[in-house]
Every structure is written in C-alpha cells, then in structure tokens.
Design a protein around this ligand. Sequence first.
Ligand code: FAD
Ligand code: UDP
Length: 397
Amino acid sequence: MVKTPLLTKEGLGVVFKQVLIMKTDWLIVGAGFTGSVLAERIASQLGQTVILVEQRQHLGGNAYDYYDDHGVLVHQYGPHIFHTNAQYIWDYLAQFTEWRSYYHRVLAVINGKTVPVPFNLNSLEALLPPHYAAKLAQQLIEQYGFDVKVPILKIRDTAKGEDLKWLVEYIYENVFLHYTVKQWGLKPDELSPSVTARVPIYISRDDRYFQDKFQGLPKFGYTKLFQRLLNHPKIKLLLNTRYQEVAEDIHYQRLIFTGPIDEFFNYLHGELPYRSLAFKYLHTEQDYCQTVATINYPNEYAYTRTTEFKHLTGQRVYGSTYIEEYPQVYRRGENIAYYPIPKDEYRAWYRKYELEAEKLQKSVLFAGRLADYQYYNMDQAVARALSLFNKELILKN
Ligand code: FAD
Ligand code: UDP
C-alpha cells in the first residue's frame, strides 16, 4: 500500500488517497470473448501475469447468462447461439465447456403466417398458392441452382423474368425492408450489403438459421465457460472496474483494449455511431410459449423478434422466460453500444481511430467487436483473439 498525492477537483490542495499499486505483465480491458481468450492464452501459453479489468459487475461481455428469478437460464444481452465452421475454434472452447448440440430455427410472421427464415423453398410454399410456388421454385433453381444462398440485394439486381422479379420484391418488402429499418433506422441498401447477406435467400429445404459445421451452446451456460476460461493463477479479474479509473494504479508492460476505440481516444475524432437495444423480459407459466426459439416480426410491433430461452438451453424447468428486442438509437451513458453500424462512411470514420492506434506502435493492442468496429459473431471474436495472440504476442515475447 502506498500513498499518492491527489489534487481534488475543488482545488483544496493535495490530499492523500490509499492506492494499492498493482503490477502485471499485461493489462487487458474487457472480459468478453476477446479479452478473456487473450488473457487465457497469455497466462497459459506465455506464463505471464494478466490483470483483466471489466467495468460491469460480471464477466462474459455480451454473452453473459444467469438464472432469473424463475430459475430459467437467460442471456442478459440478447440470445447468443454459437456457430462456426472452424474446427480449431470449436476445439479451443471445448477445453472449457461441453457443448449442447443445438440448431437454431427462426420463423417470421408474414401476412399472418409463420414461415422459416432465412427465406427458403418451404417459406415460398407456406406463403403462396401451390401451383405458383412450384413455378417460382423451379425458376429459382434454374437461375441460381439448388442449395445456393443468394443475398437479397444481389438477387434484386440479378433476378430475371417477371415472376421472379415479383417474388424478389415481395421478399424484400415483407422480410427485409421493415425489419432492417426497425433494427438499424436505415434501409438495406443504406448499410453494407454484408448485413442483409447474413440472412440470405436460401434455395433449399433446410430450415436452420445457420448451416455452420459446428453449432450449439455451452452445456452449462456461457458464464460457466468464462469462469473456467479465466480460472488460472496468473489471471486476476477485477470486476466493477473501469480502465480509465485504474490505469494509473496498475503498472503494466503492455495493454490490450477491447472496449470502444473512440472511447479510448477520448472521442478525438467524434463519437462513432452504434446501435443499441432494449430488452423486455417476460415470463409465462406455460412450459413453452412458442414452437421455435425465435420468432421474427419484420412488419408488426416495435420489437424485431422474441426469443424463448428454454429452446436454446434445453433446460427443464417449470414455466418459461422469453424476451422482446427493441432497437434503440445509441446514446452514450444512457444505453449500451451493442452494434457497430456497418456502413462505408462509418468504416472510413473508424479508420481515423485506427490511425491513432497505429501511432502507438503496438504499445496498445486493440481487438474485439467494439475496438475493431466490426460486426463480429462470437466465433469471429475468438478467431480475432487467437490470431492476435499467434501473430503479435508469441513472436514478440
Ligand atoms: P463484448 O462482449 O462487448 O465485451 C467487451 C467488454 O469490455 C464488455 O464486457 C464491456 O463492459 C468491457 N469494457 C468496455 N469498455 C471498458 C472500459 N473502459 N473499462 C472496462 N471494461 C470495459 N454472436 C454469435 O456468435 N451468435 C449470436 O447468436 C449472437 N447474438 C447476439 C445478440 C445480440 C443482441 C448482440 C448485441 C450480439 C450478439 N452476438 C452474437 C455477438 C457477440 O455478442 C459478440 O461477438 C461478442 O460479444 C464479442 O465479444 P467482445 O469481447 O469483442 O465484446
Ligand atoms: N434481417 C431482416 N429480416 C429478418 C432477419 C434479418 O431484414 O427476418 C436483416 C436485418 O437487417 C438484420 C440482418 O438481416 O439486422 C442480420 O440479421 P441477424 O439475425 O444476423 O442479426 P443479429 O442476430 O446479429 O442481430
């Protein structure tokens, strides 16, 4: 314990506060997937010490889950389904969890009917008269092939023939347009095409939301996974700790920052745009209240989708908890920056911060959904952390 001089705001002079100076090889900011995986690698592979600071009162970042008052395992920041094509990511995380096999299914309510999303041949048949649906299905297969995914913005540009053009506009209007405006406050063509390409038209009969080789949820939840990931004598986790408030009290060799990059540079180039969400949790005495985990409402209501957690977790418990997701304008200090907004103009803006990061010559490393300003899924956040570790940390240590 040492005493350091501290000038109070009121300028009353020098006072003393008791500060515990901590020493560490690495200071990592943010205990989400990016920061936690890096902490684990540094501790277990390099044998170096890590202090991991997290401003929230829990670990796990946006993947955090907990048991609610009804004993239902719920995700605090919206439903998280793990999916990846990369065996090495699946195997890496498997060191810290068993997996529950789970294939995500989503239905969208369109004109009063519930149909599979991504929109596929089954959705077509559910919505249109059989004869017409068969004709359109045949045309889709002839033009694009079977078992092929075509993003909506691409199919809008390329569909040939009156019937297909009509179908494409029908899908655009009923599945994408209003959902996207609700979710982002922007139309599909005002965003990077990669956004709507996440949920392409799928010319197939496969009703699963993702086709990745590996899909599932941590058998005992994400929080347990993180607890095991960080359970290493060389890792010290400080919750309720904002980096900016402790930076001077921790003596470190190197720093990794996984929070918002604009915040790190004190908004030198202005605040980057993000999108936020509000979640409404509801509970029912019923065993289940919907037939699949998620139901999308592209055209009705202020919320985009409802998700019932028991479908994801397979938990057997009395009653059921589900959430509605309400997209929100992001306001710093009032709500959470959940999504970077994928748009060329904002990417260019982010690059100004990237240049600031480069000036630091790798004395600070930036990675993660908010530090890279990238719409990463969980597997991509893990991949980013592992590749940073392999490229930058192993070679330089
Ligand atoms: P985060 O999880 O955001 O972690 C960053 C951490 O840093 C946070 O805990 C934050 O509190 C902390 N922090 C920030 N600044 C500071 C500071 N100054 N001091 C201290 N701590 C700080 N991905 C999927 O693969 N499948 C899904 O189904 C899925 N669903 C999603 C649903 C929603 C609603 C959202 C928002 C995201 C979803 N994702 C999903 C994406 C997933 O959440 C991210 O890929 C993942 O959380 C990224 O991890 P990260 O560590 O980069 O960031
Ligand atoms: N989308 C849509 N209608 C749907 C589902 C998705 O328009 O029924 C669009 C929307 O723009 C959304 C994007 O596709 O933001 C990506 O959807 P995804 O389910 O991947 O979003 P996330 O789970 O990341 O919030």
